[in-house]
Design a protein around this ligand. Structure first.
Ligand code: AN7
Length: 358
C-alpha cells in the first residue's frame, strides 16, 4: 500500500508571504506554532473583574515547550540556506532547548552557553537530550551573550540569539494567530519581558496586520520585567539581575529600544512585578485555570493583575496573556511554593479515608 506523507503545515509555509523566505528556503520544522488561545474560566471573577474577557496564549505547547520555536524554525532554516555548519546561543534555557532541537533536525552543530546554576532542570535536560555542545559559564546570561557575540565575530558559527534578525520575524507570527483566533485584535496584550525580543516581535505582527487592514486596531502592549531584573523600568542596565523567574533573569535586554517603542507607540507600558506577585499568579493559573506554565510566563498574569488594580487596564476590556513556556520544564517549583504533605500513608482503606476526609 502506498501511503502519502502526512501534511504538516509549518509555520513558515503558512505565513511565508510575511516572512523573509523564498521558495528556495529549506524549511526546518518540528511542527511549531498554531498554539491554543484558551479563554479564562474563573480567574476574572476571582480577581474582582468579572467583565474582563481574558485569554491565554499557550506557547508552552510548542514542540520544545516555548515560544522560542517560532523564531528558531526561521533562524535555523535561514542558517541552512546560507550554508552554515554550526550555530551558537547564550540562553536562560528556552532558547538553548529550541536551538538544539532545530539545529539537530537540520544536521547542524549547536553550541549553547548557559549561566551555571540558574537554568531550570528541564531546559538543561533538553539541551543535553537534543545533543547540543553545552557549556555552563561562571557568569550570568548577559555575560554569556557578550561572549557569544565575540565568538560570532571570530569563528564560523551563526548566532541564533534574538540579535539574529530572523528570530523576531518568526516570533511575530504569534500575533497573527491571536488575531485569527479572536477575529479581531485584543485591547491589551500582557507579556513577560526578559531580553525584550518577544514583546517587540508581537508588536511587529500586530502592527503589520493593522497596517494591511486585517484588523482595525492594535493592542496596547503591557510588558513585565521581574523587579530584580527591571533594566527598562529603571532606565539602566542591572549588573547583577536576580529573580526566581530565571528565564527573565536578564539585566541588559538586547531589544531594549524596540520594546520601549512597542509599549509607547501602542499606548501600553513596560512595568515590573515582584517575585511574590509572579509566584501568586503562577499558583493561581494552576489552581484556577488548570494551566501549568513556567514561573517567568506568569509575569504576564501578575502584571495584568497589577495593571487592572491600578486602572491602567480597563476592567471590561479584552486581554491576552502570553504564557511563554511550559511548566514541566521547571518541575521543582510547585513543591517549593505549595504547602503539601507528601509523606506516605498506610496502604489500607481506613488510613486512606482518614487522609481523604471522606
Ligand atoms: C519562558 O531562553 O532569553 O523578552 O535565553 O524563556 O523575548 O527575552 C528566554 C526568555 C519569557 C522573555 N518567557 O522573552 C532565553 C531567554 C520565557 C522565556 C522570556 C523568556 P524575551
Amino acid at each position: 500500500m502506498h501511503k502519502t506523507a502526512p501534511q504538516v503545515l509549518s509555520l513558515i509555509s503558512k505565513y511565508a508571504e510575511f516572512l523573509p523566505v523564498t521558495l528556495d528556503t529549506p524549511i526546518v520544522s518540528l511542527g511549531e506554532g498554531n498554539t491554543p488561545l484558551v479563554e479564562a474560566s474563573s480567574l476574572p471573577k476571582k480577581l474582582g473583574f468579572p467583565n474582563l474577557r481574558l485569554y491565554f496564549k499557550l506557547e508552552g505547547l510548542n514542540p520544545t515547550g516555548s515560544f522560542k520555536d517560532r523564531g528558531m524554525t526561521l533562524a535555523i532554516s535561514k542558517a541552512v540556506e546560507e550554508n552554515a555548519s554550526a550555530v551558537i546561543c547564550a540562553s536562560t534555557g528556552n532558547t538553548s532547548a529550541s536551538a538544539a532541537a532545530f539545529a539537530t533536525k537540520a544536521g547542524l552543530d549547536c553550541f549553547v552557553l548557559l549561566p551555571h546554576g540558574h537554568v531550570a532542570l528541564g531546559k538543561v535536560a533538553q539541551a543535553i537530550h537534543y545533543g547540543a555542545r553545552l557549556v555552563q559559564i561562571k557568569g550570568n546570561f548577559d555575560r554569556a551573550l557578550q561572549l557569544v557575540k565575540e565568538i560570532g565575530d571570530k569563528c564560523p558559527v551563526t548566532i541564533v540569539n534574538s540579535i539574529n534578525p530572523y528570530r523576531l520575524e518568526g516570533q511575530k507570527t504569534a500575533a497573527f494567530e491571536v488575531i485569527e483566533a479572536l477575529g479581531e485584535a485584543p485591547d491589551y496584550l500582557c507579556i513577560p519581558v526578559g531580553n525584550a525580543g518577544n514583546i517587540s516581535a508581537y508588536r511587529r505582527g500586530f502592527k503589520l496586520f493593522h497596517e494591511i487592514g486585517r484588523v482595525t486596531s492594535a493592542p496596547k502592549m503591557h510588558g513585565f520585567e521581574a523587579e530584580g531584573s527591571a533594566a527598562i523600568v529603571q532606565g539602566k542596565p542591572i549588573e547583577n539581575p536576580e529573580t526566581i523567574a530565571t528565564a527573565i533573569r536578564i539585566g541588559n535586554p538586547a531589544s531594549w529600544k524596540e520594546a520601549e517603542a512597542a509599549a509607547v507607540d501602542s499606548g501600553g507600558k513596560i512595568d515590573s512585578v515582584t517575585d511574590e506577585e509572579i509566584l501568586d499568579a503562577y499558583k493561581l493559573l494552576g489552581s484556577s485555570e488548570g494551566i501549568f506554565c513556567e514561573p517567568s510566563s506568569a509575569a504576564s498574569v501578575a502584571g495584568l493583575i497589577k495593571h487592572l488594580k491600578a486602572g491602567l487596564i480597563q476592567a471590561d476590556a479584552s486581554a491576552v496573556c502570553v504564557l511563554t513556556g511550559n511548566g514541566l520544564k521547571d518541575p521543582e517549583t510547585p513543591q517549593k511554593v505549595n504547602k503539601v504533605d507528601l509523606s506516605p500513608v498506610e496502604a489500607n482503606l481506613d488510613a486512606l479515608r482518614k487522609v481523604m476526609g471522606i
